[in-house]
Write a protein that binds this ligand. Structure first.
Ligand code: MG
Length: 164
């Protein structure tokens, strides 16, 4: 039996990375001035990873770990922008475009607020949406848990896809 196609799909993305010395602080497609940065096989951009997974999830595609496994040397030091662009293209091939993305970044490493606007503009460009369709919110961890005191960054994203 054929199902009636829905005009929207929602996706959820989540990612976390430790913050370590000697790594550029790549978050949200920009480099923040901070003495630590996300560790990872790629550039470690947890924000773009979570956005990528939200899009893949909404489009009914695979997840970032399956498409770009960290065991594959091709992705060693990869720019996470490439993952996100691949996800947008894959969703587009299935007839979806991004409606909006809402992003929460929880960390006590770099301060997010001074860089919110730059991240919004960068991510909106990658998603091909207006800047106000991308929101970025920084949260502290209130000193609690393993990611507190700048030890890591956790990101949660919800993303709406709209049928073309
Ligand atoms: Mg990641």
């Amino acid at each position: 039996m054929t199902k009636t196609p829905v005009p929207y799909r929602i996706g959820l993305g989540f990612d976390l990375h430790p913050l370590v010395e000697g790594r550029p602080c790549c978050l949200g497609g920009i480099v923040l001035p901070h003495p630590t940065g996300p560790a990872g096989h790629s550039d470690g951009d947890a924000v773009l990873h979570a956005v990528t997974d939200a899009i893949l999830g909404a489009a009914g595609l695979d997840d970032i770990g399956t498409l770009f496994p960290d065991t594959d040397p091709r992705w060693n030091g990869a720019a996470s922008v490439d993952f996100l662009e691949a996800a947008v293209l894959a969703a587009s091939a299935k007839g979806w475009r991004v409606g909006n993305a809402d992003i929460v970044i929880a960390t006590e490493g770099p301060r997010i607020a001074p860089h919110r606007q730059a991240m919004r503009e960068r991510i909106a460009g990658l998603l091909d949406v207006e800047v106000d369709a991308v929101n970025v919110k920084g949260k502290t961890l209130e000193g609690m848990g393993a990611l507190a005191k700048g030890a890591g960054v956790a990101v949660q994203v919800s993303c709406l896809l709209v049928r073309n």
